[in-house]
Design a protein around this ligand. Sequence first.
Ligand code: SAM
Length: 212
Amino acid sequence: MTEKLSDVLSRKFGNNIREGSMISNECYISELIKIIKPNVILEIGTLYGCSAALFAQYAKKVFTIDIMSAPETNKLIAESVWHFLELGKKVQSFSIVNDSEKGELIASLNFDMAFIDGGHTYEEVKYDFSCVKKCGIVLFHDYKPSGREYSDCNNIRYDDIVKFIDEIYPAPFIWGPHCGKFALWIDAHHPLLRSKYFLQWKKNNAQQEQGS
Ligand SMILES: C[S@@+](CC[C@H](N)C(=O)[O-])C[C@H]1O[C@@H](n2cnc3c(N)ncnc32)[C@H](O)[C@@H]1O
């Protein structure tokens, strides 16, 4: 697909489809996923299915999990998004009642990369990370600290997420748009850390971060 996925989806479903989604920032993610080449991605936080659709452009399979209490209309929109993009066979979605059910489900799944974009409290992010870190590569959305340098960002800040991400080891790589960055955690023994393509990608993005 040469056109940006966010543009394709906005044209079909309206601009509201981007609300609360990382899809508008796909340019920060697509190149990375092409380098990681994951077979299976597990996502926590489906919403309207946009990020799952983005991942499904690159991975063979995407598991996406949301909570049962999320509005039923969100699930219907997500199904329409995947149907429209002909990704219905690649994306498998799950609704969970609570964290314990989520933990059991994730323990039963095999995946080689995870995306955490569900609950935004410290405890929720910590729990989600404990469930998915076995895969070795975990991407977080919404690294949004409070602070004067972000006063031009008139959206919600997530200090809890920042606090947790800043605590984990090895320290995640942080990059992305000024008002809402991504964080990438990689297990210290993961072979990706020795990939020259990944190291080049990281260097390029670190330089952009310094320049921004
Ligand atoms: C920011 S939205 C996800 C956006 C989506 N990943 C995207 O970029 O298009 C957060 C989603 O997480 C779900 N959620 C909230 N708490 C959760 C939890 N504890 N476990 C799983 N999903 C949760 C919400 O229902 C909501 O749909």
